[in-house]
Design a protein around this ligand. Structure first.
Ligand SMILES: *Cc1c(COP(=O)(O)O)cnc(C)c1O
Length: 289
């Protein structure tokens, strides 16, 4: 099993919140593991157990050059003694960025393919070709959002021993949100913040992965231009938040979510007297040294 550190729930004290009679807490799941952090730990957990059960020698997965999922998979494989293969979208750019350097340093074999070929990533024929090339491996899809991943996040949600009205999380593929929805079993409200532009399609994906509950929604207004895009206002917010509350955020996921929470609080979106619990899904890069 991957090592796991217990994580605290931290209250955020801010006049924006008190003025609207809202209490905000952050579940510091970013602190659960130095490299397989946040939601990635829970999404990988059951896949790793399954891979061990199947006696797979290697893990293979897909991602872009800045993928937290690729980074986490490399670290998890290294810790548990799997070989790992990362199929990376696009041409190799040298020198490697810090994500890919980390992955390679943790034993991941990096295989770069064109964006065009990458689109075949879930086609059986393409997977067979990868087997011809790399031999036996346990396949984890792009972003890691399969049923085992959703079940892991569900387990996390069920372990939350805390009274809240809204549960908030950032959304990339929607696997994490789906797991939180399942773990809540229709109770209270689960609220996702899309980090992608045109996130309308995500609801279908979450419905597919998360079942038929209705107590959730995805806000698509805080993408700041799209995936991995940011604005000066977002970066300034993140910096100010970290200075004031000592909670590090990044601009791809958690920064957008917390910005969205504060903005919606200011607009009076949440009912007065509500308690919000935001899941810090990680994504902060710790230097390996
Ligand atoms: C990967 C990631 C997400 C997105 O999770 P999905 O399950 O793909 O929606 C959110 N936050 C952080 C920090 C991530 O690394």
């Amino acid at each position: 099993m991957l090592s796991y550190n217990k994580t605290p729930i931290q209250q955020v004290h801010d006049s924006v919140l008190t003025n609207s009679e809202i209490r905000l807490f952050v579940k510091r799941e970013d602190l659960n593991h130095p490299f397989v952090s946040g939601n990635k730990w829970w999404k990988l957990k059951n896949n790793l157990i399954d891979a061990q059960k199947q006696r797979s020698r290697a893990l293979l997965t897909f991602g872009g050059a800045y993928s937290n999922h690729v980074y986490a998979t490399a670290a998890a494989a290294c810790e548990l003694g799997f070989d790992s293969i990362g199929i990376i979208r696009g041409e190799e750019v040298l020198p490697l960025n810090s994500t890919l350097l980390f992955a390679r340093d943790h034993g991941m074999k990096l295989h770069f393919i064109s964006r065009e070929t990458y689109r075949q990533k879930s086609k059986p024929q393409f997977i067979n070709e990868l087997h011809d090339q790399f031999g036996d491996f346990y396949l984890i899809p792009e972003g890691g959002s399969n049923e085992l991943a959703v079940a892991g996040v569900e387990e996390f949600a069920k372990s939350l021993d805390f009274n809240f009205d809204y549960l908030c999380c950032p959304v990339g593929t929607g696997g994490t949100l789906a797991g939180l929805i399942k773990g809540q079993c229709g109770e209270r409200k689960v609220f996702g913040f899309s980090s992608l532009k045109n996130g309308e399609y995500l609801s279908d994906e979450v419905r597919r992965l998360g079942g038929s509950y209705l107590n959730w929604e995805i806000n698509i207004d805080y993408h700041f231009g799209g995936y991995a895009k940011s604005t000066a206002a977002l970066l300034a917010f993140i910096e100010g938040f970290e200075r004031k509350h000592h909670i590090p955020l990044e601009y791809i996921y958690t920064g957008k979510m917390i910005f969205g929470v504060f903005d919606l609080v200011k607009k009076g979106f949440f009912k007065k007297g509500s308690t919000l619990l935001a899941i810090h899904t990680g994504g902060i890069r710790h230097s390996p040294n």
